[in-house]
Design a protein around this ligand. Sequence first.
Ligand code: SF4
Ligand code: SF4
Length: 352
Amino acid sequence: MRTPKTYRLKAEDMDKLFAELEQKYIIYAPVRIQGGGRYAKQDSILYKPVHKYEEIEYKERSTYPMKEVLTPITQTLFYFTEDEYRESKMKEKKDILVFGRACDINSIKIQDQIYLKNGDTEDYFYKRKRGRIKFALMECTEQFEGCFCCSVGANITDLHSIAVSFGRNAYVEVLDEDFDVYFENCQLSDYKIKFPEENELKVDYPIIENIDMANKLKKHSMWDEFDDRCIACGSCTMACSTCTCFETTDIVYLQNAQVGERRRTCSSCMLDEFDRVAGGHSFRNRTSEKYRYKILHKVYGYNARFNTGPMCVGCGRCSARCPELISYPATLNKLSRAIEEIKQEEGIDNAK
Ligand code: SF4
Ligand code: SF4
């Protein structure tokens, strides 16, 4: 691997860089939306196309994750008439450069696993956009409340093309040779981009070794409290960097019922009708069962299928968005304690 070079650029030079990059890329980054938050006078920070360096909100975590660039909340997959169909076109006519933190970029590895490596079929609509995306790492210089990327090994990434340290002067590390051309006349620097090494919040991430333990945990009383606490709103999964559940709906146009479009819309295993099947049967009726399913899928089910570690990058958005103040890290710690309890009851030796 080549040794990356780092350059020092003033804010105005960054704007020139963005103008050059925009010849080839649509640049997406977290942007502050004044008054766009959940409560009065509260802002939100969303992924939007940007044209200038100063538009990027780098001092706070984005409210919603990077996945919205790849899998928008609603997208039309194809249009149909009675005897033919046409795929929707990609909204972006250029390649895409997305700014994100190490956890955000690592979350795309998990999205890739689910959309591209889950059985024999790749998701066409995901793949066509994913193939045109490159990443710009945003250096994390401070901790945000509820981050625990270090506890899940998502604090370091290698998937980015450039890395940026934000400030009045920016430092840009270039790893991908396709980007060398943009920095030919820039001032070299010996600045080294840093990754987070330790979070204030430490999580005892649970290790569920086998299906037998997962089944015992399903019956544990730790889930009961969520019947009262969780309102099954799905906000945690919408804000989650790694959740991928969606539903598809055929929209038939009013003027001609033979013509319409198929849409894919983000959904959530926490919502009431998500697991309802033909005949009206639901697999998880109690809210505690939905919450338990979500947690065990992230901690056990995903890794049991792909063997690539947790389905979580420790971004902390789920807890930040929960209107009932349910903490995912606290649940993980409880789950670890429940595993210990079961092992002790059964005399299982941890050292084995
Ligand atoms: S489960 Fe929570 S902390 Fe983990 S990736 Fe999803 S939103 Fe982030
Ligand atoms: S955001 Fe909170 S209340 Fe809503 S489904 Fe998730 S855990 Fe339950």
